[in-house]
Ligand binder design. Structure first.
Ligand code: ADP
Length: 304
């Protein structure tokens, strides 16, 4: 069993004047060295969870241990073990990345001998921008600078709140690379997202919360089995008369020039199905696929 770097038990929060729980007696454990995804729709309680860990919101009940330290007993050390990257970019445009890093190191009272600002900036692909004005950085660079800032005090756990919300595709994959690289260096990553693909690509452990309750927690591999279903619609140039024998068990609809297939993606490869048609000289015009998304996981999980 992997060592647990974060242990949360019976964590409960109800905001004043709110009749519902923002966090309803939740238990969660996060393995050291993992990339842990906290998934859930808006209002699920993700930010409340992170803000309690960060010491920004007070819990009503329950316990939180980070690196074996009780948040109630030593909140300062707990904070020192966490690097938090908020959703919004908070960077003073009149400072350079290196100046921003130095100010942050001062705020965390990082000892001079422990300051690795140049190294962190380099790790995040900002080495050559260390002395440029922050206002001259691209959106993606600013986001990476936010991650660098959170790393100044060398925390073993990095928490990213919706790291790629509103970020374009290219930048998103570069951010994912940076996150993976940090994880390879041994840093435990916790990220919140409502974007299932992100969790699928990055995380090895996932918890799904909804209305303040943990409705699923498991390894990604196990969890995604719930979402194993895939649907593809193939359009042909001409009307199809006979569907290849091997395809028949997966065919859920056949109309004129289109067939719809449904299958378990862990067992069957889309390319293999398509190849069956190609080998039989069917002329394909278009293929559309429908993957399960977070909506589907909720529907399925809530049904259980
Ligand atoms: P998420 O981050 O998953 O979108 P939040 O933790 O922000 O969810 O919100 C969980 C619930 O708590 C929601 O119902 C939200 O309206 C409520 N909530 C969050 N912050 C506050 C606050 N400061 N005061 C009152 N209610 C809040």
């Amino acid at each position: 069993m992997k060592k647990k770097i974060i242990k949360v038990k019976n964590l409960t929060k109800q905001y004043k004047g709110d009749s519902k729980y923002a966090l309803d007696h939740i238990d969660l454990e996060i393995s050291q060295g993992s990339i842990f995804g906290l998934l859930g729709p808006n209002g699920a309680g993700k930010s409340t969870f992170i803000n309690i860990l960060a010491g920004l919101v007070n819990k009503d009940a329950g316990s939180v241990y980070v690196c074996g330290i009780d948040l109630d007993i030593d909140p300062k050390t707990v904070r020192g073990n966490l690097g938090i990257v908020p959703q919004e970019i908070i960077i003073d445009p009149f400072f350079t990345p290196m100046e921003i890093m130095n100010i942050q190191a001062g705020m965390y009272a990082v000892k001079k001998k422990n300051i690795r600002n140049a190294e962190i900036l380099k790790k995040l692909g900002l080495g050559d921008k260390a002395n440029a004005y922050a206002r001259s950085l691209s959106g993606g660079m600013k986001r990476r600078l936010m991650v660098a800032k959170a790393m100044v005090h060398n925390p073993p756990v990095l928490i990213l709140d919706e790291p790629t919300a509103g970020v374009d595709v290219d930048l998103r994959s570069r951010l994912w690379e940076s996150i993976k690289n940090l994880n390879k260096k041994g840093i435990t990553i916790i990220l919140t997202t409502h974007y299932l693909k992100e969790a699928e690509l990055l995380c090895d452990e996932i918890a799904v919360i909804n209305k303040g309750k943990v409705i699923a927690k498991d390894s990604k591999v196990n969890l995604l089995k719930i979402l194993d279903e895939k649907e593809i619609k193939i359009e042909f140039s001409e009307k199809i008369s006979e569907i290849p024998k091997k395809i028949k068990p997966f065919c859920v609809d056949k109309k004129n020039k289109t067939v719809t297939l449904k299958f378990r993606k862990s067992q069957i490869n889309t390319a293999d199905l398509v190849k069956e048609f190609v080998d039989k000289k069917f002329e394909l015009r278009d293929i559309t696929t429908k993957e399960s998304d977070l909506e589907d996981i909720f529907i399925k999980l809530l049904k259980n």
